[in-house]
Design a protein around this ligand. Structure first.
Ligand code: GLC
Length: 645
């Protein structure tokens, strides 16, 4: 008999029911009689939010490294880097006594308006799944668990506790489930967190087809399913559906409900045992990793800086960047002194330290003189005198660096944005500065796409710095001065205007429902199908060098009845500085029997090349095997699907 079976055999009904309900905001129930310790959980996903024992969730958490948020992480296109970041997160979790990190979030970015998009990876399920798997693997390699969230179709904040996401089967299978499936099957997270919302009329916490039929039976998920905080409405129905652990606790009424349901024959005790078994297994795993000690603050800060630089995306550059030793630099925008590096809500971290962008610039600017102008003081008020001051500074400088952060009131967990725009005073500031200074760089701190059509033509360069984490100020300086060659690529489309977006007519829903009427056509899938222009497309990102592709080839000319297809290409750095390129492989089905997006991402890798160097991708040690499950071509047709790089 296994240890778990032995423990179960000695457990009373009351103890089983207690184990399936949290003991506090952040702990599961311990059963000392049976030597079952508590498990302590903490957010995530991009830092450890360890609330000191006994304090409410709103209390200041213990200091931890605030890494860049998921929208930046995805833009690195580097799962190995996320593995390394995951290991650092785990080291901090261990030091702070945390057994399970509540993240990553892999919800698909259906609309750029979603308030939590900064916490999610991408509009593309393949990229989101690969990045999540890298982070989960890194964290769990150190014996700390993760909670893949929010399962599923939690793609907005509006009425998130009750709204029903109405999703057709193909969109569910091809857009909203695949990132979870990839992360579950590839990285085996210890836990999966169910979403608050309903899916096609049933709460995710009570959705048997999702939690048991698909997650546990079809994908073989062996961990435990926990609820989002307060997502359980009917504890017995949830347990029957496969919701193993309700959080938070304590909730004695829920424990009593489970006991009564078994006693009244409403709930088969074997179903309860199944959840208990899963919980005991996770508790056992957590107990194997001793907690305590400390973590290397400096090296984690340095890693956060490197990750931020790898995820930042150079959207536009007329050649001004990297800066060529300017002597008079106007540094404009409050965000240069008060960096906006993370979002609001459950993911908010108390950073160990914070790089001030202005100070980091100063360190790399040599003999240059830096002139600071705030441009605006408050998040939502127009101050012409400050705009005039900034304009004067820009006019007399060699170059103007404009730090523009989306105001905190616009983007957070708990609510969605009403528009994609910067604040009016921010647009006015950019327009005023670029009108007098043609060498202006706009540096953006935002978690999700913003509109730029009102001001981008006047800029020389635009750097998307995202919610860059505590070391982002240094990362920006590294890129502006060329210490780091930017290599980030967009993991989500930047539309020209909100009305162009796929979900525009069906967001955020009404009468308790939000209809995913765009179905499969999310993100680039939609813009491709419409032939619609974008401000910047998925996969876009500039470098300080150039790359050439040659000799693209596939291991099969017709993709039918093959167990995957290996594609390869030679990549050359044709520029003068070292750089990294992200090779992206898309599949186009020439003759699909069913409606299909024009192209779909099915492979990628980041390659580093010295000037003049050529590398075959994939390198001999890896392969870009297109998954054989990819329906590359409809049966019967002789035409091959094509690959685009
Ligand atoms: C929140 C979030 C979830 C978080 C949890 C615990 O409501 O939806 O992502 O992990 O509660 O803070």
């Amino acid at each position: 008999m296994s240890d778990t079976q032995a423990i179960l055999a000695h457990m009373s009904l009351e103890e089983k029911a207690a184990l399936c309900t949290g003991a506090s905001n952040w702990t599961t129930t311990s059963l000392p009689r049976l030597n079952i310790p508590q498990v302590l959980v903490a957010d995530g996903p991009h830092g450890i939010r360890r609330i000191p024992d006994g304090h409410a969730a709103a209390h200041q958490s213990l200091p931890a490294t605030c890494f860049p948020t998921a929208s930046c992480l995805a833009a690195t296109w580097d799962p190995d880097l996320l593995y390394e970041m995951g290991q650092a997160l785990a080291e901090e979790a261990i030091a702070l006594g945390v057994d399970v990190i509540l993240g990553p979030g892999v919800n698909i970015k259906r609309s750029p308006l979603c308030g939590r998009n900064f916490e999610y990876f991408s509009e593309d399920p393949y990229l989101a799944g690969e990045m999540a798997a890298g982070l989960i693997d890194g964290i769990q390699s150190k014996g700390v668990g993760t909670a893949l969230k929010h399962f599923v179709a939690n793609n907005q904040e509006f009425e998130r506790f009750s709204i029903s996401a109405e999703v057709d089967e193909r969109a569910m299978r091809e857009i909203y489930l695949p990132a979870f499936e990839k992360a579950v099957t590839k990285a085996k997270p210890w836990t999966v967190m169910c979403a608050y919302n309903k899916v096609n009329g049933t709460y995710a916490s009570e959705h048997r087809r999702l939690l048991t039929d698909i997650l546990k039976n079809e994908w073989g998920f062996a961990g435990l399913v926990l609820s989002d905080w307060g997502a359980v409405h009917d504890r017995v129905a949830a347990l029957k559906a496969g919701l193993d652990l309700e959080m938070p606790g304590p909730k004695q009424t829920r424990v009593n409900a489970l006991i009564a349901a078994v006693r009244d024959g409403i709930l088969d005790e074997a179903v309860l045992d199944s959840s208990v078994r899963r919980i005991v297994e996770v508790v056992g795993r957590a107990a194997q990793t001793p907690k305590g000690g400390d973590f290397d603050v400096a090296s984690h800060h340095a890693l956060a800086r490197m990750v931020a630089a790898e995820g930042m995306v150079l959207l536009k550059n007329n050649g001004l960047l990297p800066l060529k030793n300017p002597q008079r630099i106007a540094v404009i925008g409050r965000a240069a002194q008060e960096p906006h590096f993370q979002g609001g809500g459950s993911s908010h971290i108390n950073p160990t330290q914070v790089d001030v962008p202005f100070a980091e610039l100063q360190k790399l600017a040599g003999k240059a003189t830096l002139y600071f102008a705030a441009g605006y003081r408050e998040d939502d008020c127009f101050q012409q005198d400050l705009i005039d001051e900034a304009t004067a500074a820009a006019r007399s400088a060699d170059v103007a660096l404009l730090y523009v952060a989306l105001p905190a009131f616009k983007e957070s967990e708990g609510y969605d944005r009403a528009d994609l725009d910067l604040a009016a005073h921010q647009v006015a500031l950019i327009q005023a500065v670029t009108a007098v200074q043609s060498s202006t760089v706009v540096i953006l701190n935002n978690g999700a796409p913003i509109t730029m059509h009102d001001w981008i033509d006047g800029t020389a360069a635009v750097l998307e710095a995202w919610m860059m984490g505590q070391a982002g100020g240094g990362a920006i300086a590294d890129i502006l001065f060329g210490k780091t060659n930017p290599s980030g690529k967009l993991a989500e489309t930047f539309p020209i205007k909100l009305a162009d977006t796929p979900a525009y007519l069906h967001f955020p829903g009404e009468n308790g429902e939000v209809r995913y009427s765009e179905s499969l056509f999310v993100g680039y899938r939609y813009y491709d199908a419409k032939g619609a222009p974008t401000q910047f497309p998925f996969g876009h990102g500039l470098s300080y060098t150039t790359f050439a592709y040659a000799n693209a080839r596939a291991s099969a000319a017709v993709f039918r009845d093959v167990d995957g297809v290996t594609v390869s290409v030679d990549v050359t750095n044709t520029g003068a500085v070292a750089g990294k390129e992200v090779v992206q492989v898309y599949v186009h089905d020439h003759e699909a029997r069913l409606l299909r997006p024009f192209k779909e991402l099915k492979g990628f890798a980041k390659v580093e090349l010295q000037p003049g160097q050529t590398k075959p991708w994939p390198s001999p040690s890896t392969s870009a095997l297109l998954p054989s499950t990819t329906p590359l071509i409809s049966a019967g047709s002789q035409k091959a699907a094509s690959l685009t790089f």
